[in-house]
Design a binder for this molecule. Structure first.
Ligand code: ZN
Length: 165
């Protein structure tokens, strides 16, 4: 994950090991919400790749032939406008606020870059995982829909690069 690349100077002070441990667990790559989305997509019959680092923002699920990408975002880490996203740690509040603000900015940049390159992007928030039926319907609609860039892709060379592993 890109978060791991943060400068050492920006690390939280070591005074709150419990909080640090929780944060590490929360941000681990294969978070539970992501596993649920994977499982649903798989059961819906769509094949995908994981964490394509060559794409902006390293989307969690990538459907290369459909040119669709899915991000599964933790509400806290990615500053979702919801109850969970509004949660503020008591310790090092300024640190976390700044870090989350950077994530939000980076997410917006990644989305723009993907869209500009003809990708369809779906962001699924952690708080949306509870409604599995609704989530499955959303996933299906997004994945089964025709690619936004279908017309543009006809004969496109750049797509060959995108499809390469
Ligand atoms: Zn949320």
């Amino acid at each position: 994950m890109m978060e791991a690349r943060s400068k050492a100077a920006l690390r939280p002070p070591a005074t709150d090991p419990a909080r640090s441990a929780i944060m590490r667990a929360v941000k681990s790559t294969n978070t539970r919400p992501e596993m649920i989305v994977r499982s649903l997509a798989h059961r819906l019959g769509f094949r995908f790749r994981l964490h394509r680092k060559t794409l902006p923002g390293c989307p969690d699920l990538v459907f290369p032939t459909r040119r669709k990408a899915i991000f599964v975002n933790g509400c806290f880490w990615h500053g979702h406008d919801c109850k969970r996203g509004a949660r503020a740690p008591k310790n090092n509040a300024a640190y976390w606020r700044a870090k989350i603000a950077r994530n939000v900015t980076r997410d917006a940049q990644s989305n723009s870059a993907l869209l500009a390159d003809g990708w369809d992007v779906l962001t699924i928030w952690e708080c949306e995982i509870k409604d599995l039926e609704g989530l499955a319907a959303r996933l299906h609609a997004f994945l089964a829909g025709s690619p936004r860039s279908a017309a543009k892709r006809a004969g496109g060379l750049e797509d060959q690069q995108a499809l390469n592993r």
